[in-house]
Design a protein around this ligand. Structure first.
Ligand code: SF4
Length: 241
């Protein structure tokens, strides 16, 4: 197992300051090899990273959390990307017995009933499968950007993920803007989720995502409750603020 201390992670983040995402990825590949995987929900940042990562390492590992409640358009782009880049996508599903339990107790649409039940559903469908997937790696790559959400304003290029066993979390796009992400997609002809052409600006599960209006925060269309962080618990606490 390849581990970094807090100090080593901070030194790596400093060393990689002002470098390109590709340079961050190169460092990650050299350091962690096959014990490195990219988390992808096939959002815009994730597909940029899949393009960059597979160009640098044809054996790049990519995993996704298939919650069972995704849009058809998301499944479509998953397959398109799998085929275009020749990746063996590692899909993780929620545990059957946990889904059966929450649906029997709270109904099939429990996420609309209260913020607590929404978070329970995210825990079963996303957080637990994430923990299982991360048990197979020493470092994971995410598409987090600082401007996406106030909860993400302080993220570094390299961090220790204390909530996931102290493995390393690598965020190559921290400083990129939304425009830089779109420019890369267009320049490199990266296939993207067609829901982005229908007013969606951040895409999660189908029942919990809506298109946003012009001028709205890009993550405003995620979930329905007010006064809670627009997070599912994968990266930040989803509890009420
Ligand atoms: S986003 Fe909605 S459907 Fe998906 S896991 Fe969270 S609460 Fe459940």
């Amino acid at each position: 197992m390849i581990k970094l201390t807090q100090m080593e992670a901070a030194e790596a983040a400093k060393q990689l300051e002002n470098t390109t995402p590709q340079e961050v990825l190169k460092w990650s590949i050299e350091k962690f090899g096959s014990r490195l995987s990219l988390a992808s929900s096939f959002g815009l940042e994730d597909i940029v990273l899949i393009d960059m990562f597979t160009k640098l390492d044809p054996k790049a590992r990519v995993f996704t959390l298939d919650t069972g409640r995704l849009h058809q358009e998301t499944y479509d782009v998953m397959d398109t990307i799998r085929e275009k880049y020749g990746i063996s996508l590692e899909a993780y599903f929620p545990k059957n017995d946990a889904i059966e339990d929450i649906e029997r107790k709270h109904g099939l649409n429990l996420f609309y009933k209260s913020p607590e039940l929404r978070i329970l559903c995210c825990n079963v469908r996303k957080v637990e499968p994430l923990k299982r997937s991360l048990s197979t790696v020493d470092a994971w790559i995410t598409g987090l950007r600082r401007e996406q959400n106030p909860t993400r304003a302080a993220i570094a290029r390299v961090e220790i993920d204390a909530g996931n066993g102290g493995i390393v979390k690598i965020n190559p796009l921290v400083e990129w803007t939304q425009d830089q992400v779109w420019d890369y997609i267009k320049e490199n002809e990266v296939p993207f989720n067609t829901l982005f052409n229908a007013g969606f600006t951040s895409i999660g599960c189908a029942p919990c995502t809506r298109p946003t209006k012009p001028g709205e925060d890009p993550r405003a269309g995620r979930w329905w409750e007010t006064g809670a962080a627009k997070e599912c618990g994968l990266h930040c606490n989803a509890k009420k603020q």
